[in-house]
Design a protein around this ligand. Structure first.
Ligand SMILES: *[C@@H]1O[C@H](CO)[C@@H](O)[C@H](O)[C@H]1NC(C)=O
Ligand SMILES: *[C@@H]1O[C@H](CO)[C@@H](O)[C@H](O)[C@H]1NC(C)=O
Length: 389
């Protein structure tokens, strides 16, 4: 019916000039054809991001998540340290906390851009803290390290379920299965496991070349994700519930947790983050995480993002913001101890929830090792065990 009408319309007197101009019509036809083919290609590539089969090898990762070591960026006397170590112990992670020097005003001034600096005190200390962790990593003999900030949270099934799946997806993405746990170490620089968003318009077709996606039953449901994360996933066609992606980074922000190879750490230390780059006052760099984003986006670092993220900062208040307000260098040890019950963004089963501690304390039978029991409930439950408490 529609076609008949259309034909009638085309032959109507109003459109005669088009009929008399075969060139224009051919061009229009060609354009329409290209548009249709283009849409078809987009639809094929992006409208629905296909899941690939789950890993058959579902052994838990080791206590350093398949990296050489895990290093936390944490200043002396950080009120977050104790709950970080407790969460690490709950989920069988071996986390190093390298000592940080007490940064002096001179140290802070040294890394600020000489003009138009946008580094506030908290961000400058974070910048130095990340550099310190990278230096400690390079003093070790490890090939890779995971650097995390001391206020991050993760799912209790990180080591047992999430990392094995994610590492498999990354090996697929890099097409280097016979290599290491995360594929050939020569084929990546940074794996962004924890961030506050790497959002892009894949439908534009230019942002990304490939995406590997897998079903992750430990992920929050679509409606429980941060609205921006949910919007992003739906926009790029990852419409299935609990669909996690790995892909080349586009513009990942926030350095909650990232894995880095030795050669990349050398480059970040000796080239990219020696100090805040001098910029026009309207476009400052302003923070270590922005510098790392620039490294990935503009300066040749080969970065991979896990999306949604596996680490996100817990809702215990931003120390950077707080320090900037208070200009404090030392905080009380007990303050902010343990995450509250407000859920961590995009993390389903919080390792930092104080309910794990409460559960452990409630087990009073002396014949039971409460620590081991709670650890098993945390790491091996299909669902989030503390939900029901
Ligand atoms: C974990 O696995 C990685 C990669 O195989 C290895 O380099 C690292 O030493 C292992 N860590 C531990 C604690 O066994
Ligand atoms: C995606 O594209 C739309 C339309 O061009 C734009 O409004 C939106 O901000 C873009 N999103 C991102 C994350 O770049």
């Amino acid at each position: 019916m529609l076609e008949t009408k259309h034909t009638t319309a085309v032959s109507s007197p109003v459109l005669r000039p088009i009929r008399r101009s075969p060139h224009l019509r051919e061009v229009l036809c060609l354009l329409a054809a290209f548009a249709i083919i283009g849409q078809f290609i987009f639809a094929f590539q992006y409208c629905s991001i296909k899941l690939f089969p789950e890993a058959t090898n579902d052994h838990a990762a080791n206590s350093t998540l398949g990296f050489g070591g895990i290093y936390a960026v944490s200043r002396k006397g950080s009120p977050r340290r104790q709950s970080l170590l407790r969460a690490a112990s709950l989920t069988n992670l071996n986390v190093n906390i390298p000592a940080q020097p007490a940064w002096t005003d001179k140290d802070l001034a040294r890394i600020k851009a000489p003009v138009n600096s946008a580094l506030d005190r908290g961000s400058a200390m974070a910048w130095l803290g990340h550099r310190n962790a990278l230096e400690k990593f390079l003093k070790s003999s490890h090939d890779t390290a995971l650097i995390m900030e001391d206020d991050v949270d993760w799912d209790t099934r990180l080591r047992t379920q999430q990392i094995p799946q994610t590492a498999y997806a990354i090996r697929e993405l890099l097409n280097s299965r016979p290599g290491g746990y995360y594929g050939d170490l020569r084929s990546w620089d940074i794996i962004w496991l924890g961030h506050c968003g790497d959002f892009f318009n894949a439908s534009r077709g230019s942002d990304i070349t490939s995406i590997k996606s897998f079903h992750d039953p430990t992920m929050p449901n679509m409606d429980e994700l941060h609205p921006w994360t949910k919007g992003f996933l739906q926009e790029i066609g990852a419409n299935e519930n609990q669909q996690r992606l790995v892909h080349q980074s586009v513009r990942p922000l926030c350095t909650f947790a990232y894995a880095i190879t030795r050669s990349a750490a050398e480059r970040v230390l000796n080239e990219l983050t020696i100090r805040e780059p001098t910029r026009h006052r309207d476009h400052p760099c302003g923070a270590y995480d922005v510098r790392l984003l620039e490294g990935c986006r503009d300066e040749g670092l080969r970065c991979i993002s896990v999306n949604p993220e596996l680490f996100h900062h817990s809702n215990i208040g931003s120390e950077i913001a707080q320090m900037t307000e208070d200009r404090r260098t030392d905080g009380g040890e007990s303050e902010q101890e343990g995450a509250g019950d407000s859920p961590t963004t995009n993390i389903r089963c919080s390792a930092r929830s104080r309910r794990w501690r409460e559960l452990q304390d409630s087990i009073t039978d002396p014949s039971i090792d409460a620590g081991i029991l709670v650890r098993e409930l945390a790491e091996l439950s299909k669902d989030c065990y503390i939900d029901g408490l």
